[in-house]
Ligand binder design. Structure first.
Ligand SMILES: Nc1nc2c(c(=O)[nH]1)N[C@H]1C(S)=C(S)[C@@H](COP(=O)(O)OP(=O)(O)OC[C@H]3O[C@@H](n4cnc5c(N)ncnc54)[C@H](O)[C@@H]3O)O[C@H]1N2
Ligand code: MOO
Length: 410
């Protein structure tokens, strides 16, 4: 197939659908303490046993009163004190008020709290400078969460504030799915590690650092097998090693049609290719398949292609296995500020910077070019300019669809 031959390429949507229906969520569950739960995916829902707040309490430092007691002079003698953690005990005598602090239980019978700033301390008691409405400054029991309420659903990736919510209902341990294990390696005789000297024709392995970092953000365990030379046996060994221990094997390079492109060949030998070659640019030679024990994600060697295909496809496959399901990127319509070159046949994911201007939302291509070796185009971007498969060149001012970068890429 020549570089411009687009026959037999699978549209992105079809590839993604096939990948998502092939990957079934993992089922192994473990229990972790709340402190270790960030980024994990819940296996069971979490329900509140008791209301939150657990009791009617004061929203302000001030005085708790019975509204009916406020007479013309608005002065009530002070009877006692309610502090957070030290409730007022006993019953409030008619015509009295209680000093109360934020978070302290509102004494029974009191139906409003007046903040300190709206009162005056006299020898005879407290003068109220306002007449509050019933319930003023009282936070009701169960206002946030009712008993029995589901506060966290199953199959949710826990974010920082979820941990607060879970703590607020007193839950100390959480059932989560086992962490996904991902084996990772780059291939290529020319691929060196940063810090090493380059021979003529070599380049540095930029794929592994970015894919590792993206995997970290997906909260997986990584088995990093490094860079494997273009040697059939070495690539085969790396595949077998990763497959034994992992749920996914992610590689970069060797999926094209070159003479040392063994990745695809070995996948066909050890497992099964589900699909290879998508109608997208960059990333045409993306491969997805099944190994004896794991799923295979074969990223193209070009750095932009590897990163974009991992973002659009690989990460979705991992989320599917993790149980959260895929997370589509949000989309926006914008005006292109410049002409964009585009050949019909593949869907383009050009890299761009979108901004809101007085003319609406505009997008400008990022980097010094859109080649799949131009990493700066991706580093300077905050979105993809997603140009439909059949679309041709775009003129400045035309509308284009943006796929916005999510927190994985931002
Ligand atoms: N005859 C054809 N040639 C190519 C086609 C095609 O359809 N027909 N597709 C092109 C496209 S598109 C891509 S993308 C690449 C994908 O090739 P491979 O996945 O086989 O990758 P390599 O050939 O090993 O490398 C491509 C390119 O990327 C550099 N590379 C590889 N690994 C890394 C790494 N870890 N970090 C940084 N850069 C890396 C490598 O040196 C090459 O320059 O194939 C096209 N060819
Ligand atoms: O489609 Mo390749 O992944 O552009 O360089």
């Amino acid at each position: 197939m020549g570089c411009c031959d687009v026959t037999g390429l699978m549209p992105l949507e079809e590839g993604l659908n096939r990948l998502l229906s092939a990957v079934t969520p993992g089922t192994d569950v473990e229990t972790v303490p709340l402190t270790d739960a960030l980024g994990r995916v819940t296996a069971t829902p979490i329900q509140a046993q008791a209301p939150v707040p657990g009791f009617d309490n004061s929203a302000m430092d001030g005085y708790a009163i019975r509204l009916a007691d406020l007479k013309n002079d608005q002065v009530l003698p002070l009877q006692g004190k309610a502090m957070a953690g030290q409730p007022f005990e006993g019953s409030v005598e008619p015509g009295h008020c209680i000093r109360i602090m934020t978070g302290a239980p509102v004494p029974e019978g009191c139906d409003a709290v007046v903040m300190q700033e709206n009162t005056e301390v006299l020898d005879a008691g407290i003068r109220f400078l306002e007449t509050p409405k019933p319930g003023n400054n009282i936070r009701r029991a169960g206002e946030d969460i009712e008993p029995g309420q589901e506060v966290i659903a199953a199959n949710r990736r826990l974010k920082p504030v979820d941990l607060a919510l879970i703590a607020s209902v007193g839950c100390a341990e959480i059932n989560v799915y086992r962490r996904v294990k991902v084996g990772l390696f780059s291939t290529g005789d020319e691929v060196r590690q940063p810090g090493e000297a380059l021979r003529y024709g070599d380049l540095y392995d930029s794929n592994r650092p970015v894919i590792r970092a993206l995997l970290d953000r997906l909260d997986v365990d990584i088995l990093d097998l490094g860079t494997i030379p273009d040697d059939r046996e070495a690539v085969r060994d790396a595949f077998l090693r990763a497959d034994v221990d992992c749920d996914f094997v992610v590689t970069s390079g060797g999926v094209s049609v070159g003479e040392a492109d063994y990745t695809k060949e070995i996948l066909a030998e050890l497992g099964e290719i589900e699909f290879w070659k998508l109608a997208i640019k960059p990333g045409k030679p993306f491969a997805f398949g099944r190994l004896p024990n794991s799923w295979f994600i074969g990223l193209p060697g070009n750095p932009v292609s590897a990163t974009v295909t991992f973002h659009l496809l690989g990460a979705q496959a991992i989320r599917q296995f993790q149980g959260t399901g895929p997370r589509p990127l949000p989309r926006l319509t914008a005006k292109a500020t410049t002409d964009l070159r585009k050949s019909p046949g593949r869907m383009d994911f050009q890299r761009g910077q979108w901004t809101t201007t007085e003319n609406g939302i505009e997008v400008t291509p990022s980097g010094r070019g859109q080649g799949s070796h131009i990493l700066t185009s991706l580093a300077d971007a905050n979105c993809y300019i997603a140009l439909e498969q059949d679309r041709g060149n775009v003129k400045a001012g035309e509308e284009v669809t943006l796929w916005l970068f999510d927190d994985l890429m931002a």
